[in-house]
Design a protein around this ligand. Structure first.
Ligand SMILES: *[C@@H]1O[C@H](CO)[C@@H](O)[C@H](O)[C@H]1NC(C)=O
Ligand SMILES: *[C@@H]1O[C@H](CO)[C@@H](O)[C@H](O)[C@H]1NC(C)=O
Ligand SMILES: *[C@@H]1O[C@H](CO)[C@@H](O)[C@H](O)[C@H]1NC(C)=O
Ligand SMILES: CC(=O)N[C@H]1CO[C@H](CO)[C@@H](O)[C@@H]1O
Length: 354
């Protein structure tokens, strides 16, 4: 313990010597939200403890991960396992239902779902890949989505030493994916000091049954990851550097950096419009409030759309921004037929007409 204490004090000391401004800038600590309203929004009934990540299938069914327990971040249901919710966006006033999970060796009570991604094969079988943190470890759980039964059949648990703290995932096959290691998912105090020191220890890994490798690194908290509709480009959000990185993807799984965009907000999950290729990003306008929750001064929400990201002049639009009175800690946003579904790390979900 004394050693840990020394390390903590060292961290504290270094923290105070660090440039004040850059630290505050990383967390956009004190930024107030300039509201950008959408005229027609409703909170989704049945979501009260998070909708951290979501994916909308081409047929309008949305799969939503709920109930994340992340070290240091608020949970309204700390004693309940997480779950995957289903919402049919074709309905006039859609509600959510919980997908049942079947499979003999899957421990439901320690399910702690984080980033999710789907992959649909030629037979139209939909696989759901879920980053989970059972007992604060890290696994990727592979499920088959059974639409009629409203259930998920557990097929496999994937673990790897290069995947110790996964955050988000994007599937390029049932057992092939890219994922971000944010580095901070661990109940170790030291790591929170590493977080404030900005040691940029976070990286992106490519997983396939034959080969697992680091394909990009040096991030100040790699968070969301996604892929362009044509499968040629991979997008990674770097939360504390406020950057969206664009990579060219190669057949071997490696990535080449093409460009990056800097925004004035903490960029979380990225969703890609399958029709237009636009990026929709759930953002944290005042990041400190996410890490130190205070119900009187809650974190706000912000959704950014990036059009034409591959061109010389991408168009960046704040589509929605709110100070947390309605929606706290938006982590993801995705579009379907003129509607926008916004998820949050630990609170509600909002469904808006665009
Ligand atoms: C650095 O950031 C952390 C988290 O935002 C904050 O608690 C701390 O006071 C900041 N330190 C300095 C020296 O600004
Ligand atoms: C399942 O998870 C619970 C909660 O984390 C744990 O207490 C229990 O031991 C686990 N059961 C098995 C069979 O691993
Ligand atoms: C948040 O915004 C609402 C609506 O714009 C406003 O009524 C409220 O006072 C704001 N709250 C804070 C803490 O700024
Ligand atoms: C899929 C994904 O990026 N999930 C992230 C969404 O945002 C939350 C909040 O920060 C992250 O913790 C998730 O990892």
């Amino acid at each position: 313990m004394p050693k840990l204490l020394v390390l903590i004090l060292l961290g504290l000391g270094l923290r105070f010597f660090r440039d004040h401004k850059s630290n505050q800038t990383r967390f956009t600590a004190f930024r107030e939200v300039n509201p950008v309203e959408l005229p027609n929004c409703n909170l989704v009934k049945g979501i009260e403890s998070g909708s951290e990540d979501l994916e909308i299938l081409p047929n309008g069914l949305a799969l939503i991960s709920s109930g994340l327990k992340y070290p240091g971040i608020k949970s309204f249901e700390p004693d309940k396992p997480g779950k995957i919710l289903l919402m049919n966006l074709n309905e006039e006033d859609p509600t959510v239902s919980e997908l049942s999970i079947t499979g003999s060796d899957f421990n439901l009570s320690s399910f702690n779902p984080h980033g999710i991604s789907t992959f649909t094969d030629e037979d139209n079988t939909v696989y759901l890949l879920v980053v989970s943190h059972p007992e604060f470890e890290c696994t990727v759980e592979l499920f088959k989505f059974q639409e009629k039964e409203k259930s998920l059949l557990h097929l496999k648990t994937i673990r790897h030493e290069l995947m110790p703290n996964l955050n988000d995932i994007v599937a390029v096959g049932p057992e092939h994916f890219y994922a971000t290691n944010d580095h901070y998912f661990a109940e170790r105090y030291l790591k929170s000091w590493e977080l404030y020191l900005g040691l940029a220890l976070s990286y992106v890994v490519y997983y396939s049954p034959n080969e697992v490798k680091v394909v990009a690194g040096g991030f100040d908290f790699a968070n969301g990851i996604n892929i362009s509709p044509d499968g040629k480009y991979v997008y990674v959000s770097e939360l504390l550097a406020h950057k969206i990185h664009v990579y060219e993807k190669h057949a071997t799984g490696t990535l080449t950096s093409l460009k990056c965009l800097t925004l004035n907000t903490l960029v979380d999950n990225i969703s890609v419009d399958p029709v237009t290729g636009d990026l929709w990003i759930g953002c944290h306008p005042n990041g400190m409030r996410i890490f130190f929750y205070d119900e009187k001064n809650p974190p706000g929400s912000e959704v950014i759309q990036i059009q034409d990201i591959l061109t010389e002049e991408p168009k960046v639009t704040v589509v929605f921004a709110e100070n947390g009175t309605v929606l706290q800690g938006s982590s993801v946003a995705s579009v379907y037929k003129g509607k926008l579904l916004i998820g949050t790390v630990f609170q509600k979900a909002l469904y808006c007409k665009l």
